[in-house]
Ligand binder design. Structure first.
Ligand code: KG4
Ligand code: ZN
Length: 337
């Protein structure tokens, strides 16, 4: 069995996965969302303190598996430095105490492997990775070979959902709140510009849209003057624009990438309107759309464990002294390959 730990942001999670069957034998996730909600986003130092309290508690629950473990896997990059270090410190202690191999897991690769939880892997495929930190389209050819085809020039999709919600004082995380409000809103009431619509660039950009939402809120008299219907209409118009942008640039990629399988992974993959839009696009381009089980879209240790199964098979281990890696935000994209 492999024990895996995830602490790259505000979710403390541990899983135990059986190597021979790929089955998850133990899985816990304690999200800190409610603790950060009052600040409208994740406070790194608070997140780090909460991991330091919750991870040992979850590990205590998993103790009965310790004698059967072959390796410890942990997310070591990219993410918030201070929270990554909590998981990494626990993994190092366990690996040295139990004399086990250590597996370093890149968070983006773990999201990609969330597709294969309790399943066999398949390659090649294209993947849209949409989360709080990333907005990318990747060509995944194998465990070793992953290429970034495009990424965002500024904010990520998840971040822009969170900011849109924050501007309307709706709480955190903004993604599920905006998605729920959008269902009851008029998506044609506000005409937000679709980012890079006239640009030949195959890239994403979300900062202009954020600004357009801010200006619209100001034009309506500021956040305190918004009616619930205004908020629903802003949410619906914002989401419509996000979807148009994602589809527009993905279509361009589909024109020259002929791999048949396409997947959506990352926290934002939980969004039904986005996945429905991709369902239609994939049908048009004769591609097969693969989705991640809803409970494994956002950060979790099960996907870390699933990646670790392939790492274990390939003997892709890490020295205890080498695992520390704090990646600053601007380095995130470069670190994948
Ligand atoms: O992958 P994830 O759990 O953490 C990172 O790696 O960043 O993604 C979290 C992000 C947050 O920004 C959250 O608002 C967004 O995913 N998210 C959603 C939905 N559920 C979560 N965004 C849009 N619609 C959703 N239903
Ligand atoms: Zn994530």
């Amino acid at each position: 069995m492999i024990l895996s730990i995830e602490s790259s942001c505000d979710d403390s999670s541990v899983a135990v996965t059986q190597i021979a069957t790929k089955k998850i034998l133990f899985y816990r996730k304690i999200s800190q969302e409610s603790e950060h909600a009052k600040y409208g986003g994740v406070v790194p130092e608070l997140a780090s303190r909460l991991h330091a309290v919750t991870l040992p508690k979850i590990l205590e629950e998993a103790k009965e598996y310790f004698d059967s473990l072959k390796a410890i896997a942990v997310t070591n990059e990219p993410g918030l430095g201070v929270t990554l270090m909590e998981g990494v410190a626990m993994a190092k202690s366990l690996a040295s105490m139990l004399e086990l191999k250590l597996i370093a897991v890149n968070h983006l690769k773990a999201h990609i492997y969330s597709l294969f939880i309790e399943k066999e892997s398949f390659f090649p495929f294209l993947a849209l990775l949409v989360s709080g930190g990333h907005t990318m389209i990747l060509r995944v050819e194998s465990y070793e070979k992953i290429a970034i085809l495009t990424t965002t020039m500024d904010d990520s999709i998840g971040e822009s959902y969170d900011k849109c919600a924050k501007m309307m004082e709706l709480g955190y995380p903004g993604g599920p709140i905006i998605e729920a409000l959008a269902i009851e809103g008029d998506r044609d009431r506000f005409d937000f510009p679709i980012p890079l619509i006239n640009s030949p660039l195959i890239a994403f950009s979300l900062s202009g849209l954020k600004n357009a939402v801010r200006l619209q809120i100001e034009a309506l008299g500021g956040t305190s003057n918004l009616t619930i219907q205004d908020k629903k209409d802003i949410a619906a118009s914002f989401q419509k624009t996000i979807i148009a942008h994602l589809i527009h640039k993905s279509k361009k990629i589909f024109e020259h990438e002929h791999i048949k399988d396409f997947a959506i992974v990352g926290g934002v993959a939980a969004n039904k309107s986005i996945s429905n839009a991709f369902e239609i696009l994939c049908k048009k381009h004769k591609k097969i759309l693969h989705k991640v089980a809803l409970q494994y879209c956002s950060d979790n240790a099960a996907m870390v464990g699933r990646y670790a199964l392939d790492a274990y098979a390939k003997k892709d281990f890490c020295e205890i002294s080498d695992i520390e890696s704090i990646v600053s935000k601007k380095d995130k994209n470069r670190k994948l390959l």
